[in-house]
Write a protein that binds this ligand. Structure first.
Ligand SMILES: [Zn+2]
Ligand SMILES: [Zn+2]
Length: 258
C-alpha cells in the first residue's frame, strides 16, 4: 500500500503530461514531427544540425576550409581581402536542419526559435575570445516594409538574445537609407552595387570607438556585411566583427533580408 501514493503520483503525472501533450503537442523545431522528450529538436534533426557545424572555415568568406589551408583564419582566396570587418564567425552552414530552423524562424515566428537560435549564436560568441571585447550588438536592418509584413525583425531578436546572454547592449545604429532589391534576386556581381551606400548610422546611437558585433542570420556573398561594416567604421567604430547563424552558397534558397 505504501507504493500507492507514488504510483498514483506517477500515473497522475503521466496523465497530466499526456493532457498537456494533447493541448500543446511538443514538436521538433526543425521538422515539426511530434517528440516526447523535452528537447527543441528531434534526435534526427539534432544529428543533422551537428553535421552542419564545422569549426574549420574561413573567417572572411565563411567557406569550409581544411585547417591546413587556413592562415590567420583565412582561406587562400581571402588572404589579401579587406572586407571591412576583422573576422566573421558563423554557427553552421545554411543547409539541412539549420536551413529549416531559419526558415521557420523568419516565416513562422515562434518564441522558442528566437531563444534557440539566439542561444546558438550566444554559444558561438562564448567560445570566441576575440569577441569578449565587443561593446555592442548591432543587427543588420531589414527594409521597413518587410518588418511590417513579418511583424518583427529577425536580426533584432537575435541581437536581443545575445544582449541577454552577454550583458552587452543591442544597438540599433544601422538603418537603411534607400530602397534595395532583395540580394537573393541578384547575381553575385550585382550584390555589392545593390547594397553600396544603402546603410546610414543613426546619430548618437553608436558610441565612438565601439567594438561592434554585427548580427545577421544568413551570409551569402558577404556584400551586406562588408557594406555595413564599412559604414560603421566610417561612423567611428573601432572594430567590427560579423556574427551570423549560417553561411550559404550563392544560389541556395536563402530567405530575403535586404
Ligand atoms: Zn526534427
Ligand atoms: Zn575565404
Amino acid at each position: 500500500m505504501r507504493t500507492m501514493p507514488l504510483m498514483l503520483k506517477t500515473t497522475l503525472s503521466y496523465c497530466a503530461a499526456g493532457a498537456l501533450d494533447l493541448l500543446f503537442p511538443r514538436v521538433c523545431a526543425a521538422c515539426c514531427i511530434r517528440i516526447r522528450e523535452p528537447a527543441a529538436l528531434c534526435t534526427d534533426c539534432a544529428v543533422r544540425l551537428a553535421a552542419q557545424i564545422n569549426p574549420s572555415y574561413c573567417g572572411c568568406c565563411g567557406e569550409d576550409v581544411g585547417p591546413f589551408l587556413l592562415r590567420d583564419g583565412r582561406c587562400p582566396q581571402c588572404r589579401n581581402s579587406r572586407p571591412g570587418y576583422a573576422r566573421m564567425y558563423r554557427v553552421a552552414r545554411y543547409a539541412d536542419a539549420m536551413r529549416d530552423l531559419i526558415l521557420r524562424f523568419k516565416y513562422g515566428r515562434e518564441p522558442t526559435l528566437d531563444a534557440m537560435l539566439g542561444d546558438l549564436l550566444a554559444d558561438l560568441v562564448a567560445g570566441c575570445r576575440e569577441l569578449d571585447g565587443v561593446t555592442a550588438w548591432v543587427p543588420i536592418p531589414s527594409p521597413r516594409r518587410r518588418i511590417w509584413q513579418r511583424g518583427f525583425q529577425p536580426t533584432r531578436l537575435l541581437a536581443d538574445r545575445l544582449s541577454l546572454r552577454t550583458g552587452r547592449p543591442r544597438c540599433d545604429a544601422l538603418r537603411l537609407i534607400r530602397r534595395v532589391t532583395p540580394q537573393k534576386l541578384l547575381h553575385r556581381d550585382e550584390r555589392t552595387a545593390n547594397i553600396h551606400g544603402a546603410f546610414g548610422v543613426r546619430r548618437g546611437e553608436l558610441p565612438h570607438g565601439a567594438i561592434v558585433g554585427l548580427v545577421d542570420d544568413v551570409f551569402t556573398t558577404g556584400a551586406t556585411l562588408r557594406e555595413a561594416a564599412r559604414t560603421l567604421r566610417r561612423a567611428g567604430a573601432a572594430e567590427v566583427y560579423g556574427v551570423v547563424l549560417a553561411v550559404a552558397h550563392v544560389g541556395a534558397d536563402v530567405p530575403a533580408q535586404v
